[in-house]
Design a binder for this molecule. Structure first.
Ligand code: ADE
Ligand code: ZN
Length: 349
């Protein structure tokens, strides 16, 4: 790659044009665009704490991960039927197409809706229909990762793994993950779920080191044997962990704007991203729950470029890392990498 620097407008064009992959975007929070949330609420005869874009923006204000998850548990009550799920998945597909994201792995946390009695069969039907719409109408491949809510009792979490394993006849579920409140809910508590998921052939990842410390990342690695870490930004506390992540080339799916808005760091400038990259750890950029953080993948890339001292080529490498470390099959990955490199070389060759 040359060390050429594009103008801001050309770089933006390049960011859009690159065929991209996003690995860390939640179906539930990531579909809560005010218009869609209001449509779903109306369909389900329920009221939301906001009535339009402006009031949603003032509702989507957060002071911590725990408080964010509480808000998420409210808005997610708009998801009840297969049609609701299909519309949510399709909205992800539409937003992906707009940014030329060709393949994305979307987290589905059944724990967020199971306690309300939403049947798993309805969720699966909706995921499958949404996946079909994205492929056929939007040219986007959607794969799912079923995330276990960290706060679930082990027996229920085990049942969610079994449900996910059975659903693979109908829908493309490539992995098992872990999310929701982190502090006070060690990953190792659900070790048996990850053992079962691994024996079922799922690829493994976990949210860790978001607001929990470096020991939470070790916990996910040592007890759940995950291949990737979602967030992982607190790894910075522990030199030995940084070395381990770099040696094993464990990808961190970093979500800078989410981390800022959930007060994980006091400012973007204080974010650990540059230190993680300097330690040799592969990272990719992600939008987490884009409508709730008023972001998207291209915005994350621009914000990171504007805030830190990274070259444009380094930002492009972060986008490429997502393709390399995805849970897609090798053929799909190779095709996307080759197309990505052609566009990259057009700008930076
Ligand atoms: N669910 C949705 N977004 C999340 C996040 N940032 N951390 C943990 N669980 C989540
Ligand atoms: Zn997340």
């Amino acid at each position: 790659m040359s060390d050429r620097t594009l103008s801001a407008i050309d770089f933006k064009t390049c960011l859009f044009e690159l065929p991209k992959v996003e690995l860390h975007n939640h179906l539930e929070g990531g579909a809560m665009y005010p218009d869609l949330a209001l449509k779903l609420a109306k369909r389900n005869n329920m009221e939301l704490p906001f009535s339009d874009e402006a009031t949603a923006a003032s509702y989507y204000q957060f002071e911590s991960l725990d408080q964010f998850i509480d808000i998420l548990r409210t808005t997610v009550s708009t998801l009840n039927t297969a049609e609701d799920y299909a519309d949510a998945v399709e909205r992800h597909g539409i937003e992906a197409r707009r940014q030329n994201i060709r393949y994305h792995e979307t987290f589905v946390t059944y724990g967020l809706v199971a306690s309300r009695g939403v049947p798993w069969e309805a969720v699966v039907e909706g995921l499958s229909e949404g996946q079909r719409r994205n492929r056929e109408a939007h040219g986007v491949e959607t794969a799912f990762i079923v995330d276990l809510d960290r706060t679930l009792p082990e027996e229920i979490a085990l049942e969610h793994v079994r449900l996910a394993a059975n659903a693979r006849k109908t829908v493309d579920i490539v992995g098992m993950g872990l999310d929701c409140q982190e502090r006070g809910w060690p990953a190792g508590r659900l070790k048996s779920c990850f053992e079962l998921a691994s024996s079922e052939g799922f690829r493994l990842t976990a949210h860790a080191g978001e607001d929990g410390g470096a020991e939470s990342v070790w916990d996910a690695l040592n007890n759940c044997h995950v291949e990737r870490i979602d967030h992982g930004v607190q790894a910075i506390e522990d030199e030995a962990l940084l070395t381990h992540l770099a040696e094993k080339q464990i990808l961190l799916t970093v979500c800078p704007v989410s981390n800022l808005l959930l007060c994980v760091f006091p400012s973007l400038e204080a974010h650990s991203l540059p230190a993680l990259v300097n330690a040799g750890i592969p990272v990719c950029l992600n939008s987490d729950d884009p409508p709730m953080f008023n972001s998207d993948l291209v915005n994350e890339a621009e914000v990171v470029y504007e805030t830190f001292d990274f070259s444009q080529q380094e930002i492009v490498t972060m986008l490429r890392n997502a393709i390399e470390h995805s849970f897609q099959d090798e053929t799909g990955k190779a095709a996307l990498l080759s197309e990505f490199d052609q566009v990259r070389d057009k700008y930076f060759g």
